[in-house]
Design a protein around this ligand. Structure first.
Ligand code: ARG
Length: 576
């Protein structure tokens, strides 16, 4: 076993049963890292009522039964009944050696692999991707990586907004501009301007508005020429989105696109089925579901509209068809929706409806992975100076440019080609890390300068710790990693961090919170930096066994940092 907290939990559990009796066989003691000792357990507090004893005597009784074997060097009762553990350096050294030999650095796979659908990114065709899509894309991609690493079958779904009424005006605008011009503009990412121009005409010119309305009807009825134009808009937008994904190092592929249009042909039959079964009811001419527990301010039940009174279908109907497809056709056990917090009610109603319709029952589950907004340094919604939404690609370019300047200052000798590659990794990493390191449900401030800094909880700090490790190997002149020893406090602190890797990955799988992994990377990088400072490696007075052990720790540390950053979707540079 590599994770000491799991090994320790097993020891504490056995001692608890020995001390308190077989009735306590169900205890599952939590063992946490502590600044008082290597680990701390607080189970005595929770057992007091059940054992009809004060926590302190419980803790003492448990301690009396703890075998001080290979794992535990010392255990003490502290305060009201905490158990403070110090582990044997030899056990930690052995576990670290095992982690180094393991290509997963000690992180286990799930014992019950699932099929998990992750709906993320999901931008709208012929519309610019904005910072909200950035969050969905970056958070969703990290979760996809983590869940895949845990051994799950992950199905990425890009629920593109590629259908519906806006396409009437977009196609008419396309015809006005000429297909070729439109294609050129859209290909270079001028999606915002295209959409805006169409919208402006739609609002100002009644003839255009009327044409657009008729165009929607042609689209819905499958008119060949209209569909051709529509397809062109979709294809060009998809190409553009793909170029953004490539730039950001996102694992979403073209074949993961399953947009709203995909569900169109399922909507009328679904509505018919729900109407026929009596599960949906007509209200004000619209076919509605009324999921339990949702009311408006007046206390009336809130409808989820399946079919509008004009016979059309909207966002909610499409999501009903989509969740059924994901649970049924795709066979998902778990369906995740990485979408901003403003859509919380929509998803809560969707999940309730899916339960009522019998599509979604435990152990299957659907979760809205909600996130907050991106704010400017003025703490308001993030906008450009002219008040426009900020383009995703411009942010990435700005970050890479800034990273290039910072690296040029710190390391002027780097060859230009290497430097620009490093700047790309650092700039893209900075943007992603800033997003992933804050609790996703909270808003965060987009502050480029802070993001691209190499100090504090940033991607650059962790990337630098990695690059430094690689430079040690370049300077090692044939010295090789060898058997790990854990003697110095800085070595112990580093090893304790490194052995926690698998537990953190598991925590992200459960909580769907990548910031826990980012916080972990930071803790490892800090421990790594402290270790470099306290424990010389290549200095001539270091004996060969110590040098070999420390090189092995550098290797394990750099592997864990690289893997953890990779799970966040961030690349590491060999030098910086
Ligand atoms: N296209 C939508 C938007 O930009 C997000 C779609 C999210 N996924 C879903 N299944 N509703 O807001």
């Amino acid at each position: 076993m590599i994770d000491p907290s799991l090994a320790l939990a097993a020891v504490v559990r056995k001692a608890t049963i020995d001390a308190l009796g077989a009735d306590f066989a169900d205890v599952d003691p939590a063992v946490r890292r502590s600044d008082r000792a290597d680990f701390q357990a607080d189970l005595a507090m929770g057992l007091a009522r059940r054992a009809k004893m004060a926590p302190r005597p419980i803790a003492e009784a448990i301690v009396a039964k703890i075998e001080q074997g290979d794992l535990v060097e010392k255990v003490e009762v502290a305060g009201p009944g905490f158990l403070n553990f110090t582990l044997r350096g030899s056990w930690l050294a052995e576990a670290a050696t095992a982690a180094l030999a393991d290509e997963r650095s000690g992180a286990t796979r799930s014992e019950a692999p699932e099929t998990i659908v992750i709906d993320y990114s999901s931008p709208n065709v012929a519309k610019e991707m904005h910072v909200g899509h950035l969050r969905s894309t970056v958070i969703g991609d990290s979760l996809a990586r983590v869940l895949q690493f845990r051994g799950h079958e992950v199905i990425r779904q890009n629920h593109l907004g590629d259908w519906g009424t806006p396409f009437g005006m977009l196609i008419e605008h396309l015809l006005d501009v000429g297909a070729e011009r439109a294609e050129e503009d859209l290909a270079v990412g001028e999606l915002g301007a295209f959409y805006k121009a169409a919208r402006a005409k739609f609002d100002a010119d009644p003839a255009f508005t009327e044409r657009s309305r008729r165009r929607v009807v042609s689209l819905q009825s499958g008119d060949a020429e209209t569909l051709d134009r529509w397809r062109m808009l979709v294809e060009v937008s998809k190409k553009y989105f793909d170029s953004v994904y490539r730039k950001l190092g996102i694992t979403m592929k073209a074949e993961d696109a399953c947009g709203e249009s995909f569900y169109d042909r399922r909507l009328a039959p679904l509505a018919g089925e729900l109407e026929g079964s009596g599960k949906a009811t007509i209200s004000d001419g619209a076919l509605c579901l009324f999921p339990a527990g949702f009311q408006n301010k007046e206390g009336q039940p809130l409808p989820m509209i399946v079919r509008k009174s004009d016979g059309g279908f909207g966002y909610a109907a499409t999501d009903l068809a989509a969740i059924r497809y994901r649970l049924g056709d795709l066979g998902a056990n778990r369906v995740l929706y990485v979408v901003g917090a403003p859509q919380s009610q929509h998803f809560a109603m969707l999940f309730e409806a899916a339960k009522a319709l019998g599509w979604l029952a435990a152990p299957r589950r659907a979760e809205h992975v909600a996130f907050g907004s991106v704010l400017g340094t003025d703490k308001r919604m993030f906008k450009t100076r002219s008040g426009d939404t900020v383009r995703l690609v411009d942010l990435v370019d700005a970050a890479v440019e800034r990273a290039d300047a910072v690296i040029g200052e710190k390391n002027p000798d780097l060859e230009p080609a290497v430097r620009s590659e490093v700047a790309r990794k650092v700039g893209v990493g900075a943007i992603k890390y800033a997003d992933l390191s804050s609790d996703r449900i909270k808003d965060y401030v987009f502050d480029l300068e802070r993001m691209v800094s190499f100090e504090g909880n940033t991607a650059g700090y962790a990337q630098y710790a990695y690059a430094r490790a690689r430079s040690i190997f370049r300077k090692a002149e044939g010295a090789k990693p060898g058997a790990i020893q854990v003697t110095e406090p800085a070595e112990r602190a580093l090893v304790l961090e490194l052995l926690a890797f698998g537990g953190v990955v598991k925590l992200v799988e459960e909580t769907l919170e990548p910031h826990r992994l980012a916080g972990y990377v930071y803790a490892v990088a800090l421990a790594f930096t402290a270790f470099y400072e306290k424990c010389p490696i290549l200095k001539s007075d270091v004996d060969p066994a110590t040098r070999a052990s420390r090189l092995a720790l550098v290797e394990l540390g750099s592997k864990v940092i690289a893997r953890a950053l990779d799970l966040l979707g961030i690349e590491v540079p060999e030098r910086m």
